[in-house]
Design a protein around this ligand. Structure first.
Ligand code: HPA
Length: 253
């Protein structure tokens, strides 16, 4: 049975619906993960949980050790990884509070360790260096999420391009206008290199994005943390419901 790991983002530093069994400190060849991996039971099934920014939210997006996180989750037995991420909405349909299962990525990040393939690392002794990334998200998990949402009557948007920015600052209006011309529907700071690293480890990885705000220049006034937090609250509640609906399906994966 495929063990599902959930990577929590801003607004999901703890998973209240999880019956926690233990927290495992996992050392990796790539340094320390964001914290111990929580192993627990969700709807009768074993799952893993790791908050990307740490349990006390101390790690900004550009300082997350993405390699250690994915390595630790795989070492703990994960085969599927659901990444939960707060995003800004660029496209007019991406209203604050909305859940989105994106299907594409454009990477604008820089300077982040973004591959395992260095210093002699080999995947299964095959020496693969160039992973196929045409479809950056795992279709199996994407479809399971969409089906779970239908079953639970939760509205989610199917598809969209996630633009990954460096952060930690938010973008300028001109940067968002350029991203929109590029074809981005969403903007977030953590989607890369996380998705690519998951693929390098052959993990089935998909994202559930929660729109926290309209991106820079897409609404009147400045973007405040209070606005982001308020929109994430309702969104994360629905992510919990989506997870509960996903569990019986992920067993099949
Ligand atoms: N930009 C980048 N990342 C984000 C945003 C945003 O507007 N909102 C939440 N995460």
């Amino acid at each position: 049975m495929a063990i599902l790991a959930i990577i929590g983002g801003t607004g999901l530093d703890a998973l209240g619906i999880l019956q926690v069994e233990k927290r495992e400190v996992i050392n990796t060849p790539f340094g320390e993960p964001s914290g111990p991996v929580t192993r627990g039971i969700l709807c009768g099934q074993e799952v893993l949980f790791l908050p990307r920014h740490g349990y006390d939210h101390h790690l900004p997006p550009h300082q997350v050790n993405y390699r250690a996180n994915l390595w630790a989750l795989r070492s703990a037995g994960a085969e599927q990884v659901l990444a939960v991420a707060a995003v800004g909405g660029i496209h007019a349909d991406m209203d604050p509070g909305r859940l989105v299962i994106p299907d594409q990525i454009i990477d604008y990040t820089w300077g982040r360790p973004s591959t395992f393939f260095e210093d002699g690392f080999e995947q299964n002794g095959e020496g693969v260096v160039h992973i196929d990334f045409t479809e950056p998200y795992c279709q199996t998990l994407r479809q399971q999420l969409l089906s779970a949402a239908r079953t639970a009557g939760i509205e989610v948007h199917d598809g969209g391009t996630y633009g990954a920015t460096q952060g930690p600052r938010l973008e300028t209006a001109a940067e968002i206008a350029r991203m929109e011309r590029d074809g981005c529907h969403l903007v977030g700071m953590t989607g890369m290199p996380e998705a690519a690293l998951a693929r390098e480890l052959a993990l089935c990885y998909a994202t559930c994005a929660v729109v926290a705000n309209r991106a820079a220049g897409k609404a009147e006034g400045v973007i405040t943390m209070a606005e982001i937090e308020a929109n994430l609250k309702g969104g994360m509640q629905r992510v919990g419901e989506l997870l509960e609906s996903l569990m019986p399906l992920s067993k099949l994966g």
